[in-house]
Design a protein around this ligand. Structure first.
Ligand SMILES: Nc1ncnc2c1ncn2[C@@H]1O[C@H](COP(=O)(O)OP(=O)(O)OP(=O)(O)O)[C@@H](O)[C@H]1O
Length: 571
């Protein structure tokens, strides 16, 4: 290694430099003398002329270099951006396909244009960067990276898994995993597969980190076993199926959310929703289930645990269930209002699920004016149920094998937060299930491309993210067992709950067959022994929480209707 600098003194270097300088001076003097002789100028004029010509030449070279660099880079980049020029150092680098890149430190103002000074050029630090040849070329071809960007070889790890290949890599500065997500379809094409073969995950470590799985075979070519109870309980949310690598996938919660499931006939909607109910019974805690089985036997397994089960394709039955739930919702809204008015915490309600298999039939009409009016009325009530009930804890899950434009009215469809679409034959139909703007969302999955021979697959679109999943196909025995256990829990809860004074009063009046009962008659039934009429009335009023009314002869008492309304408003 050579040491340099005048301060070192006395070394060979100093002598060498002195002799070189002397030689240089002699050559410069000779050139000047020749020019002076040729042009017949004085010495000062000759020196000035030569310096002037050199300065002009230097300036022209600098301008040319800047213009060439800008043309090469394609676009001018911000002065603070790191510059990556692939291929410049191909001779030195080992990776030939995309070459090596030169990464210059910040301070490229002279390169990018207009503010540069000649002195900055000398300060540029150059560093050789090896690109990952395959990934860089693929990302460029897919339009994820521009021509002058690259993925560093040292920031890529590629792992072969039983189901495919996992790429874990860092995007260049200024890019994030979202750039990959936006062009995932293109990238899948470059990799020789479809969007369905890919699964993209973001990392908790960095926005630039990308985890991309590319499947070897079409998704779900091999079936996954249904999850165990423990796996369902351990899932953070409500699972709806397996994703393409066999992990559980679903939605974070059904609180304030409803789900619309569309897909052509025999694709696995009913099986999927049976799986959903099973998972809810295992892990969602206590809830009330309202089932409307438009297929007559699709949801029968859970009849015994439902608050109300109807097997019917009659729109009147649907309307009566919607009315019942809208009433329940209205009562809940009143309680929320009261709590807000009295500055009390918001009341907690028992979750309610309203599951409708084959919903499209309920919105159909016979073409007559009366039929159209009725269909409109049902649609409006359903819209209100799905829209309003989110606040009051009533979630609707609606299935349809006819996700065509008019089968489920737009005003109803628009209210669903979660959407799912199993195989359908056209993109237009997929839009009905997933939303009109679905194909403009980030990394959409086209349900038309799903293999219709592999049942139960569908695109789940929740919170702006699309996931390809396959619903669970539980054994009947497992579902029966889960339903029996839930039923036993319900019975035990009923027998453990002491009858409220309201319920006791109602059953007494029903037994007597009367619509009105005097305070003096009801008080002893509820254990009030007070003889003073005013005190007795106060105690009874407090116990029931319902104001008394005057009977036909002016005596005070309670109406059955008022007591019943108060009892149901607790639900
Ligand atoms: N995840 C799955 N794994 C294996 N088989 C499945 C799966 N899902 C559904 N199937 C099978 O596909 C067939 C159709 O399922 P299902 O009845 O659930 O479809 P559907 O979409 O509700 O049909 P339809 O609209 O005609 O009522 C059934 O034989 C079922 O066993």
């Amino acid at each position: 290694m050579t040491r340099r600098g005048a301060g070192q003194g006395g070394g060979d270097d100093v002598w060498g430099q002195a002799v070189g300088a002397l030689g240089g001076l002699v050559v410069v003097f000779g050139i000047l003398a020749a020019i002076k002789d040729k042009l017949g100028l004085s010495w000062p004029a000759t020196v000035l002329l030569v310096v002037g010509v050199l300065v002009v030449l230097g300036y022209l070279v600098w301008r040319c270099r800047g213009a060439v660099s800008r043309t090469w880079a394609g676009t001018a980049r911000p002065a603070t951006a790191m510059k990556q020029e692939a291929g410049k150092q191909a001779g030195k680098a080992t990776v030939e396909a995309v070459g090596k890149a030169v990464e210059k430190a910040a301070g490229q103002a002279g390169e990018t244009g207009e503010t540069g000074e000649a002195g900055e050029e000398g300060a540029e630090a150059e560093e050789v960067v090896a690109a990952h040849p395959q990934l860089t070329a693929d990302l460029r071809a897919a339009g994820v990276l521009s021509r002058d960007e690259l993925v560093r070889a040292g920031e890529v790890s590629i792992e072969k898994l039983p189901v495919g290949t996992r790429y874990d890599f860092l995007m260049p500065p200024g890019r994030t995993y979202k750039d990959v997500e936006k062009r995932l379809g293109n990238l899948a094409g470059v990799l020789g597969v479809t969007r369905l073969h890919t699964k993209l995950d973001r990392s908790r470590r960095s926005e630039r980190q990308v985890q991309l799985l590319v499947l070897d075979e079409p998704p779900f070519t091999r079936p996954f076993s249904p999850p165990t109870r423990e796996e369902i309980q351990a899932f953070d949310g409500v699972p709806l199926g397996h994703d393409v690598v066999g992990q559980l996938a679903g939605v974070p919660t059904f609180e304030r959310a409803s789900l619309l499931i569309g897909g052509m006939t025999q694709m696995g909607k009913t099986t999927l929703v049976n799986g959903l109910i099973t998972c809810l019974l295992i892990a969602y805690g206590e809830f009330d289930l309202y089932l409307l089985d438009g297929k007559f036997c699709g949801l029968t397994r859970f009849e015994k645990v439902a608050v109300r089960y109807e097997a019917s394709d009659n729109p009147d039955v649907f309307e009566s269930m919607v009315d019942e739930l809208n009433d329940r919702s209205d009562r809940r809204y009143k309680r929320i209002q009261e709590a807000v008015r009295n500055r009390q915490p918001a009341p907690e309600f028992r979750p309610v699920f309203f599951i409708v298999d084959e919903a499209a039939d309920f919105f159909a009409h016979d073409g007559t004016n009366g039929g159209k009016e009725k269909a409109y009325r049902i649609a409006e009530k359903t819209r209100s149920l799905v829209a309003k009930c989110l606040e009051s804890g009533i979630s609707t899950v609606m299935l349809t094998q006819r996700p065509s434009q008019n089968a489920i009215p737009v005003m109803v469809r628009d209210q669903f937060l979660y959407r799912m679409c199993l195989y359908v034959a056209s993109e237009g139909t997929a839009k009905v299930a997933l939303g009109d703007t679905y194909f403009e969302t980030v990394a959409p999955i086209n349900p038309v491309l799903i293999d219709s021979e592999i049942k139960g697959q569908g695109v789940l679109f929740a919170h702006g993210t699309s996931t390809l999943i396959r619903g669970f196909n539980f054994e009947d025995a497992f579902m029966w067992q889960i339903a029996d256990e839930a039923y036993d829990r319900q019975q035990k809860a009923l027998s453990d709950t002491p009858e409220s004074p309201l319920v006791q009063a109602i059953s007494y009046m029903k037994k007597q067959g009367s619509d009105f009962v005097l305070t003096s008659e009801l008080a002893p039934v509820l254990g009030i022994t007070e003889t003073d009429p005013a005190e007795r009335g106060k105690k009874l009023n407090k116990l029931l929480g319902v104001p008394s009314s005057k009977g036909a002869k002016g005596a005070r008492g309670y109406r059955l209707e008022d007591l019943t309304a108060a009892a149901v408003s607790d639900s």
